[in-house]
Design a protein around this ligand. Structure first.
Ligand SMILES: C[S@@+](CC[C@H](N)C(=O)[O-])C[C@H]1O[C@@H](n2cnc3c(N)ncnc32)[C@H](O)[C@@H]1O
Length: 223
């Protein structure tokens, strides 16, 4: 299995090499990839790639995270990666607005034995996040929903993260267009990503790095 989301800054050979050496999905993950593609066609591109899933699992384990939040769950692939990595005593809060798409994920979480550590909330993510206590208890968060709300999600999450907690943000290179100068022709998502990246880069409350894997994955550490 190779990475699905080729980016323009990595050659096909290198992408396949990385995928085959560090990121082969197991049988259950592959089934979820295949079912998402069969059921949702072109929309399946919203699913994170297997190499990104492997990197996220590694980061979750690296910081010893047990309390996780996901914003944008879709058919549950990234949630499956996070839920496995937080271990049996971990807790993952998932935010999405689609019963239909997340119902696919629920079946796979059940089969994998991780469903009891996942709390899926179906309503706008900003409502779910705003209702969380300000107790700085979240170890890791993954933002992968509507791009125009990225800043709002970041601001809602930051005061709820523990010190040295990690916020991961997907699609921050946006196919490479994030690196182009802001333009009046930018669509709303492109403009939102550019504003988000500019603000995070200068935000003294955090330390960050844009990992150029998949479509760009920003790592943000709370100081
Ligand atoms: C890119 S997909 C997430 C992919 C997922 N992380 C995976 O690995 O398959 C984006 C998801 O965000 C959800 N979404 C969009 N707007 C939202 C909102 N306002 N609140 C919560 N979820 C939202 C969509 O329903 C969709 O499932």
């Amino acid at each position: 299995m190779s990475t699905k989301h080729r980016n323009p800054w990595t050659t096909e050979v290198v992408a396949d090499y990385v995928a085959s050496h560090t990121a082969e999905p197991d049988a259950l993950q592959q089934e979820l990839i295949d079912e998402t593609a069969a059921a949702l066609g072109g929309r399946s591109r919203m699913q994170i790639s297997s190499d990104e899933g492997a990197a996220i699992s590694l980061l979750v384990r690296l910081i010893g995270a047990s309390n996780a939040v996901e914003v944008g769950t879709f058919t549950g692939y990234s949630a499956l990666c996070i839920a496995r990595a937080i271990g049996p005593h971990g807790h993952l809060l998932c935010c999405d607005v689609s019963e239909e798409w997340t119902a696919i994920g629920r079946r796979y979480w059940e089969r994998d034995g991780v469903a009891d550590r996942i709390d899926l909330q179906i309503r706008p993510a900003i409502e779910t996040l705003s209702a969380l206590p300000l107790d700085e208890a979240i170890d890791i968060a993954f933002i992968d929903a509507d791009k125009s709300s990225y800043l709002a999600y970041f601001e809602a999450l930051l005061p709820r993260m523990r010190r040295n907690g990690l916020i991961l943000v997907d699609n921050t290179l946006w196919g490479g267009t994030a690196a182009e100068p802001a333009s009046a022709d930018d669509d709303a998502d492109t403009a939102a990503i550019k504003v988000f990246n500019d603000l995070i880069a200068t935000d003294a409350r955090v330390e960050s790095y844009i990992l150029p894997i998949a479509d760009g994955l920003t790592l943000i550490r709370k100081r």
